[in-house]
Ligand binder design. Structure first.
Ligand code: ZN
Length: 501
């Protein structure tokens, strides 16, 4: 059996290595590749993804998995080898349900669609992406149909990124959360607007990036096993557990852009860098779901990186980096500015509370498109109508409307947005448990020390990679299933103080 297990591991390692080579090409495409490289790059990515798919779906893997059933059954559920076999089987069954030709077609289409989006967005040209999005919708529906037996067509797409979650349960969680958030936003909107002018001066990019780097190094991000580069739409990517990269973008006149995209992506990277090194190039060697991943990015970006105690410590350092720009600001003003609640048009610029309303709009529109109730040509109007009703604003153009996010232009329509709000909910649930287990965490943050928190997360969440499903992990770490209560407690305490509620 040991031989069969190592044969399985070897085959999967080869498949993951090809997949990592494709990720490297994709990283290059969004950071340094000149525009002339696009045609060939689409073809190259399609070839690598096809090869990886062939490796992952080789019938010999199916045979090995079958032969290992008895061996797996004799091991405890959380043993590394049992978990390796279990997760490998889940992934194998998923992958063998989708033909390689289909995957290659989707990959090639995504490359073209992404490239068109980078041209269409600055030109406010929705018409030019309509055929791309129509094809994406058709392919997304076809992809879901490879998994018959779902109750909602979005279920299989959600299950890819958040295993175990269903459209119906996400809808229920979101509707309960929305009931609480809408009145909260209403009350805050009735208060005098927060002055956030201290965020807007000329902040040279190099110094912004350098400051962000010192912060995430203190969080525990290991630059010997990572690096940071610039891109349009920040992301984290991994080529091995020893090479976990992040990207960022900056704005000269808004210091919050680079700072919080850096702390956000670093949160994702800390998760991947913290995975048990024995899980390298295996089905266990990545974060367990997009919701749990977002819980980590948001925990570091928001719960830590936008907290009062964090800025009481770090503001004097920021001020000495930008003495002229910040000379008249205080730590308290800065803290209020970075937590300004405001109805706005751009998801990635939104505050912690309204952010969820942006996500819910996209989630609902995805469902309507998949259900066939919303044709792509009517999407801008539907988008604008929802912004009017939920946030009281109408985008002046599609640049700040329906063209703002990359997701539908580089992946499926459906299954892409729910993870952000699930992440906000889970981040608060994990953090509340961390504070109970380790009451010194906050005193650490107040002095710029994050080791106790980082170790707690590594021990309870990071190291396990994909060994546990999100439901298993949340239950195991917090003793409860996913619940919105800690998140609501967190928001009410923080914003109650900020806005005298
Ligand atoms: Zn993220």
């Amino acid at each position: 059996m040991k031989e069969k297990l190592s044969a399985l591991k070897q085959r999967l390692t080869e498949a993951y290595d090809i997949q990592s080579a494709a990720s490297l090409l994709h990283w290059d495409q969004t950071t340094y590749m000149p525009p002339g490289g696009i045609e060939a790059r689409g073809r190259q990515l399609a070839v690598l993804e096809r090869l990886a798919h062939q490796k992952f779906t080789d019938p010999e893997i199916g045979r090995l998995l079958d032969q290992l059933r008895g061996y797996e059954a004799d091991l405890p559920h959380d043993a590394d080898q049992a978990s390796f076999i279990r997760v490998a089987r889940r992934d194998y069954e998923r992958r063998t349900s989708v033909p390689a030709d289909f995957m290659a077609e989707f990959s090639d289409h995504s490359t073209r669609s992404y490239q068109q989006w980078t041209v269409a967005r600055p030109d406010n040209d929705f018409a030019s992406v309509i055929p791309h999005l129509e094809k994406t919708l058709e392919l997304s529906r076809q992809l879901a149909d490879f998994f018959p037996g779902y109750s909602h067509i979005a279920d299989p797409l959600i299950d890819f990124s958040d295993p175990g979650m269903k459209t119906a349960s996400v809808r229920q969680i979101f509707s309960r959360l929305r009931q609480q958030l809408v009145p909260l936003v209403e009350v805050i909107s009735g208060q005098p607007a927060t002055d956030d002018s201290c965020l807007h001066a000329d902040f040279p990019e190099d110094q912004q990036i350098a400051f962000g780097k010192t912060v995430i190094e203190q969080f525990g991000y290991d630059f010997n096993r990572g690096r940071q580069d610039k891109t349009h739409h920040p992301f984290m990517t991994k080529f091995s557990l020893g090479d976990v990269r992040i990207t960022t973008r900056s704005k000269l006149n808004d210091i919050s852009e680079a700072l919080f995209s850096t702390t956000h992506e670093a949160g994702h990277a800390l998760y991947e860098q913290g995975i048990n090194r024995d899980y390298e190039a295996s089905p266990l060697g990545t974060g367990t779901s997009s919701g749990v991943h977002e819980s980590q990015s948001r925990l570091w970006e928001n719960i830590v990186g936008r907290s009062k105690i964090f800025w009481d410590h770090f503001f004097p350092r920021l001020q000495s980096t930008f003495p002229q720009q910040l000379q008249r600001a205080s730590a308290d003003e800065f803290y209020r500015a970075i937590n300004k609640v405001q109805r706005s048009l751009i998801r990635t610029d939104a505050d912690e509370i309204t952010y969820n309303l942006h996500v819910m709009i996209r989630f609902d529109l995805e469902l309507e498109m998949l259900e066939g109730h919303l044709p792509i040509k009517d999407l801008p109007e539907a988008w604008n109508e929802r912004y009017r009703s939920d946030l009281g604003l109408v985008p002046p153009d599609n640049i700040d409307g329906v063209l703002q996010d990359v997701h539908w232009f580089h992946g499926t329509i459906g299954g892409s947005f729910q993870g952000y709000t699930l992440g906000n909910i889970l981040g608060a649930q994990f953090f509340e448990t961390a504070l109970t287990d380790q009451p010194t965490i906050e005193a650490g943050i107040a002095t710029g020390r994050f080791d106790t928190l980082h170790q707690w997360l590594a021990e309870n969440i990071y190291q396990h990679g994909s060994k546990f499903t999100p439901d298993e992990l949340v239950q195991r770490v917090t003793g409860h299933e996913l619940t919105i209560d800690p998140y609501l407690r967190y928001l009410r305490t923080k914003y109650g103080q900020l806005y005298d509620l």
